[in-house]
Write a protein that binds this ligand. Structure first.
Ligand code: HEC
Ligand code: HEC
Ligand code: HEC
Length: 473
């Protein structure tokens, strides 16, 4: 679920308290006398929240079905389901430094959902983070939705009238400790951090559509843009890559060495449509969720618009260099029959395992041989040659960007803690931090980077692995 990935976007509680007070002082410096407002908003917000589920507000205009259909598409592009669940009943924890913030029921239930919302309430919630009677925490991406057009808000609103009612509260609700439960604090935060992006000038109509999709609807920057001191998006480092729990959302600016400058527009479209780019990249972890819930449903026009816009955002160079794919160094499939024939591959694997056992030490495996470690622990899913098992339930790892970065931490993390594919029901990748020693994980990491990534060399050490495991646990 997506919630895991927000965990380390931001720093622990102790670190965010100064950040919040900083947002206060900054807001004060900007001339807002917020203190009393904030306390007021905080004290009145809770009773009003309880009340608002009971009062019956004037009901909305009947849903126009064409409008509602368009709204269903807008909801896809804005990825509402990723956080509010497939049936919009809410209760998904978004882990933040200040504690878990649970998404809410946004079905038209008048008791538990947004059935009492007017269109104007809905618009304020999406654009300003202001629900009737309380401020919304920015775990809901209103700093991005701030730029939604009136037409799209109306379409979304019409669509949410047609969503089946779930007449029960989310399984869990947000309970933050004092003073973070003072939702009015967000007023100060909003002054600094909303909107979260700026529009560029000189764009073609297609690129403008792409900008609107990337910045506002798809809120790609929520994961790909690093955070500022107050945990808002850092506009100066827009889309240049940010840590995301155990993952890292890479630099997607058009820088050739550290971003996706070498990708064509068609490459970007293919990646967002299918989650894979042959011998280049794979959408794992949180990106798998973005593809599975949202980008793969988009029209060709919209994917092309996003790709076209991503080619013209300012290129930013970071220290996370990508070693370019050197095709001549990548392995060839062992043979067509082995790569594409499951039974033959099984035989080949069994034979390879027998070989390792024959040459092995007392635990049945030559634990010093990186290749043996790979065959024994990884090949059953990713294939003896890295091209994955022929049933295609798992990703080929040949040439992937995640194994070609100078910083190996994400790869080490994937091997240590495992990963879950979001595209099919294949069993997830187990973590190996319990079964393998840091030295063995280092050894596999180096093997994978050199053999399947085409890197000239790789020197990840056991100490590197120990550090990553400690940092990401
Ligand atoms: C990244 C996760 C995320 C996404 C994407 C998201 N939401 Fe939310 N939303 C939340 C969370 C978390 C809350 C509760 C915040 C709180 O308690 O302050 C919330 C609250 C809301 C509320 C306020 C409900 C209330 O009365 O308090 C509305 C309305 C809402 N979301 C609608 C939407 C719609 C419509 C979309 C898609 C356009 C959407 N959300 C997308 C996480 C998300
Ligand atoms: C929930 C967080 C999240 C969201 C939202 C998200 N991404 Fe990603 N993205 C990631 C992560 C994590 C990766 C790394 C995936 C991997 O290596 O398996 C990634 C990878 C990518 C890559 C591949 C980069 C490379 O060098 O391999 C591209 C391109 C990309 N994202 C574009 C986008 C676009 C465009 C959007 C908005 C439509 C978006 N992402 C939204 C988290 C996210
Ligand atoms: C049980 C099957 C299984 C085994 C065994 C397995 N993996 Fe995976 N692996 C997966 C799945 C599933 C994914 C997709 C993860 C996702 O979509 O988030 C994956 C993803 C990956 C990725 C791509 C990360 C990215 O998103 O770019 C790499 C690299 C990888 N595995 C390496 C390994 C290595 C090295 C081993 C052995 C130590 C291994 N895997 C063992 C199933 C497996």
């Amino acid at each position: 679920m997506i919630h895991r990935y927000y965990k380390d976007i931001v720093k622990p509680l102790s670190a965010v308290m100064p950040a919040l007070s900083l947002s206060f002082s900054l807001a004060l410096a900007l001339g807002f006398s917020l203190v009393s407002n904030v306390v007021m908003a905080g004290t009145v917000s809770l009773p009003m929240k309880t009340l608002h589920s009971r009062i019956t507000l004037p009901n909305v205009s009947p849903a126009n079905s064409a409008l509602a259909n368009r709204g269903a598409y807008v909801a896809r592009t804005a990825d509402c389901m990723a956080c509010h669940r497939d049936d919009y009943s809410g209760g998904v924890p978004i882990e933040t430094p200040i504690g878990n913030i649970y998404s809410t029921n946004i079905t038209p239930s008048t008791r538990y959902g947004i059935g009492n919302y007017t269109e104007s309430d809905f618009k304020k919630a999406l654009r300003k983070g202001r629900a009737p009677g309380h401020q919304i925490y920015p775990a809901m991406p209103y700093p991005s939705y701030h730029g939604l057009t009136d037409d799209d808000v109306s379409a979304l609103f019409a669509y949410f009238q047609t969503v089946p009612i779930v007449d029960k509260p989310p399984e869990k609700n947000t309970h933050l400790p004092f003073p973070l439960n003072i939702r009015g604090l967000m007023l100060a935060w909003n002054v600094i951090n909303v909107p979260s992006t700026e529009n560029r000038s000189g764009l073609t109509t297609t690129q403008q559509r792409g900008e609107y999709l990337v910045n506002n609807l798809e809120h790609c920057g929520t994961c790909h843009t690093p955070r500022n001191l107050t945990q808002g998006l850092d506009k100066d480092r827009y889309l240049s890559g940010a840590p995301l729990g155990k993952w890292f959302a890479p630099n997607i600016t058009p820088d050739n060495d550290t971003g996706i400058g070498l990708w064509s527009e068609m490459d970007i479209v293919t990646y967002l449509r299918t989650g894979t780019l042959d011998k280049r990249a794979y959408a794992g972890g949180p990106m798998a969720e973005a593809v599975a819930h949202s980008t793969r449903y988009l029209t060709d026009e919209d994917l092309i618009a996003m790709a076209s816009y991503l080619k013209v955002v300012p290129a930013i160079k970071t220290d996370d260099y990508l070693i370019p794919v050197n095709v001549s160094r990548l392995p060839q499939p062992v043979s067509n029959s082995i790569t594409y024939n499951l039974l033959e591959q099984k035989d080949y694997l069994a034979q390879a395992k027998t070989n390792t056992v024959n040459s092995a030490n007392n635990n049945g495996l030559n634990s010093n041989s990186p290749k043996d470690l790979y065959l024994a622990h990884c090949a059953s899913c990713h294939g003896v040659d890295g091209y994955a098992q022929p049933d295609a339930r798992y990703t080929s790892i040949v040439g992937l960007s995640s194994i070609r970065r100078v910083k190996p931490d994400v790869l080490v993390g994937v091997i240590a803690f495992g990963a879950k594919g979001a595209f099919n029901t294949a069993p997830k990748m187990p973590g190996f931090s319990k079964d393998l020693s840091p030295a063995q994980i280092a050894s596999i990491t180096n093997y994978v980077r050199v053999t399947f990534g085409g890197l000239p060399n790789s020197d990840v050490s056991a100490a590197n692995v120990t550090r990553v495991i400690k940092e990401k646990s």
